[in-house]
Design a protein around this ligand. Structure first.
Ligand code: GDP
Length: 356
């Protein structure tokens, strides 16, 4: 599964957030045979449509899609000099498919700030500089190797050129993802600053209802996405029953918990979407990539579904809700038969037909 690595300076609230993520861990409950790694938190992608489907189909259970987060130990200023970023750190972050950077925006004189004062812009610069310096080190070595390989005709000159372009951007102080740089020819290098970024602003409770302040922070990181939460409140929400949690959430001026926001925006940043299946046993969301065609999507349920794919019966979620049942949707011509070239759409409720 694709994962999002959580990074940030020390004392910004990473552990508090990650604890909330792991206490919310659905893996143990829904997937009892899955291996659970200590530094991975698996959370549900909130999807209110599943409850509606379960009502229509009388499903016994609901299985949402999930998003995985990896806790990656803190980065400090200067980490890429001297000893360099730790090997374990680099391995974990290289394996992540996106990076969620936790940024301290809360003021609390009891919590020491590593740089002496709360300054989100400066903190983000510190982290991004470390990631960029690590990438520059990787590129320096790779460029020497690529130059030899181009001479020996073992590598496409375009690969070397991509590495040179990446180095130039980094030297100019831009992360590769914020420049929209396509690093796919040099994917093997696992460049950190080329991964999609999400910024998680850990703010004071009061800020959660302050649209102006949030817009200000969001503008600092655009076009990357920003999530606003109070990690302390997130950890409190986890312990509450749904009603009390809703009350606490409402009191902070939020309609959605920070963890839900993070799951939703994380899922989207990873380039993922879902389609839905429903029946008396379960209503379920299945994770696919954006732009996937029907057979590939069927393969997520079972490889045989992809190999033996014949067609898919697709009903849009809104159509199904309006019709109230599959039979009625068919009667009104809202159930479409789609073939192997059909590109899956978000909210498709699907039944695959296949040869075994
Ligand atoms: P990490 O070093 O980034 O993992 O940070 P921690 O999660 O350990 O948090 C550092 C300290 O800040 C702890 O004492 C937390 O209780 C506190 N803290 C974390 N999030 C918040 C927050 O949103 N508001 C306040 N006031 N304190 C927080």
């Amino acid at each position: 599964a694709l994962t999002i690595g959580i990074v940030g300076l020390p004392n910004v609230g990473k552990s508090t957030l990650f604890n909330a993520l792991t206490q919310n861990d659905v893996l143990a409950a829904n997937y009892p045979f899955a291996t659970i790694e200590p530094n991975v938190g698996v959370v549900e992608l909130p999807d209110p449509r599943l409850k509606v489907l379960a009502g229509i189909f009388g499903s016994e259970r609901i299985l949402p899609a999930t998003v995985s987060f990896v806790d990656i130990a803190g980065i400090v200023k200067g980490a890429s000099e001297g000893e360099g970023l730790g090997n374990q750190f680099l391995a974990n972050i290289r394996e992540s498919d996106a990076i969620a950077q936790v940024v301290r925006a809360f003021t609390d004189s009891d919590v020491v700030h590593v740089a002496g004062q709360v300054d989100p812009a400066s903190d983000m610069e510190t982290i991004n500089t470390e990631l960029m310096l690590a990438d520059l080190q990787t590129l320096e070595k790779a460029i020497v190797r690529y130059e030899k390989e181009v001479k020996g005709k073992k590598v496409d000159p375009a690969v070397l050129q991509t590495a040179l372009d990446a180095r130039a951007l980094l030297e100019a102080g831009t992360t590769l993802s914020s420049a929209g740089f396509d690093a796919s020819p040099i994917r093997e290098l696992g460049l950190l600053s080329a991964k999609p970024f999400i910024y998680v602003f850990n703010v004071d409770e009061g800020v959660l209802g302050d649209a102006g302040r949030m817009a200000e922070l969001a503008a600092m990181v655009a076009p990357a996405k920003a999530v606003f939460l109070d990690a302390k409140i997130e950890s409190e929400l986890i312990g509450l029953d749904p009603e009390d949690a809703a009350e606490l959430l409402a009191s902070t001026g939020q309609t959605e918990s920070g963890l839900d926001q993070l799951a939703r925006i994380g899922f989207d940043t990873l380039g993922l979407q879902t389609y839905l299946t429903a029946g008396p046993k379960e209503s379920r969301a299945w994770t696919i990539g954006k732009g996937w065609k029907a057979p590939q999507a069927a393969g997520v349920i079972h490889t045989d579904f992809e190999k033996g794919f014949i067609k898919a019966e697709v009903i849009g979620f809104d159509d199904l809700v309006e019709c109230g049942s599959v039979a009625e949707a068919r009667a009104r011509g809202k159930a479409r038969i789609e073939g192997k070239d059909y590109v899956m759409q978000d909210g498709d409720v699907v039944e695959f037909r296949f040869n075994v």
